[in-house]
Ligand binder design. Structure first.
Ligand code: UT7
Length: 321
């Protein structure tokens, strides 16, 4: 029997403050019409000083634990995917450990930009399959508002803040449920297409995200569909077998393009980019949390996730809930 990891808890946190496109258009030369048409984004949540990367991660983690009915002390490992930690070190994950009062777990961060959740999932999945951990809190938490150049209209309209969390557990039944596989890729020759100048942390201003949006867009659709195809073919599955696509939420045009390539009707693709904008490593767990809590994704459904971001790094995973 093959041990698999299974998602049994879900949580999310979005900052209280909502910033509309119209509000941004008072700050930079842009418009609600341009942002909606080119990205599908209508609004984003922006963190206040209290809503740090750790704070949001803890709120999302608490919800995931509650959903899973697992107490904090049953958690063996905490992995946080983030590119916007509160400090260079210690990791956000150990701060979450402290806030949740977990004594025996080990905790660390994974940094892989917008693909961070998929990379961290791969790490967590391997720990579980190897028997090194039974219950893992896997969190994506991002405060991209801290690394925005609020004078750069090409980037500042695209991102938002938030955190999403899942609780993964070892699953030893041969019922086909759980994570089937995770597929990871990077190509450093494109590292200058999307990057942050300097090392950001609270109190270190002037570290801005820079992106060649057009080029990243061009790579996104090709590379994402290749990695989803590789995930499907690894298990002899076809497009028709997919119940849900939960994509990274960068741009509605990329999301729709992926849906089309997979022959999926729009109502089988989970979309949050309109309300959350791009929350980087938090976008997939936030979208999963939403679609599970509102009853769209059900136990036994076959779900595909995919993401691409700075690196370039990209990947996919396929799992049966
Ligand atoms: O999550 C990480 C991965 N990131 C992504 O996947 C992002 C991928 N890229 C994209 O989503 C799109 O490329 C963007 C949304 C960033 C840009 O859309 P685009 O259709 O590629 O626009 P563009 O960059 O070609 O710009 C078109 C025009 C330019 O003006 P000119 O040079 O044609 O006169 C821009 O200066 O739109 C202008 N522009 C804007 N106008 C109004 C750029 N940003 C804005 C803006 N408001 N906010």
């Amino acid at each position: 029997m093959q041990r698999r990891s299974r998602f049994i808890g879900f949580g999310g946190y979005l900052p209280e403050r909502v910033v509309t496109n119209d509000e941004l258009s008072l700050q930079v030369e842009t418009s609600d019409a341009w942002i909606r048409e080119r990205t599908g984004i209508c609004q984003r949540h922006i963190a206040n000083e209290k809503e740090s990367c750790t704070f949001m991660a803890v709120q999302a983690a608490k919800q995931a634990l509650e959903y899973a009915k697992i107490s904090a002390n049953e958690v063996d490992a905490i992995i946080v995917a983030t590119c916007t930690p509160d400090k260079v070190f210690p990791s956000t994950a150990v701060m979450v450990q402290r806030e949740l009062g977990i004594e025996k777990a080990f905790a660390f961060d994974v940094s892989s930009a917008c693909a961070g959740f998929v990379f961290a999932l791969s790490v967590a999945n391997n720990f579980i399959q190897m028997g090194q951990a039974k219950n893992i809190l896997l969190i994506g938490s991002e405060v991209y508002s801290r690394i925005m150049d609020w004078n750069d209209r090409r980037t500042c309209v695209l991102f938002g803040d938030g955190a999403g969390a899942v609780l993964m557990t070892a699953h030893d039944q041969d019922d086909g449920n759980g994570v089937l596989s995770v597929h990871l890729h990077t190509d450093g020759q494109y590292s200058d297409l999307l990057f942050v100048e300097g090392i950001p942390s609270i109190g270190n201003e002037g570290c801005f995200l820079r992106m060649n949006g057009k080029e990243v867009f061009r790579h996104a659709v090709t590379k994402l569909s290749e990695t989803v195809e590789e995930a499907l073919s690894a298990h002899n599955l076809s497009h028709e077998d997919i119940d849900w696509l939960v994509p990274h939420q960068a741009n509605l045009r990329i999301i729709n393009g992926m849906g089309k390539k997979l022959n999926l009707p729009a109502n089988q693709v989970v979309v949050t980019v309109d309300r959350h904008a791009n929350t980087s490593a938090a976008s997939i767990p936030l979208a999963m949390n939403e679609a599970i809590r509102d009853g769209r994704i059900q136990l036994g459904d076959l779900v595909v996730i995919e993401a691409l971001g700075g690196g370039l790094s990209w990947g996919s995973s396929i799992f049966r809930l």
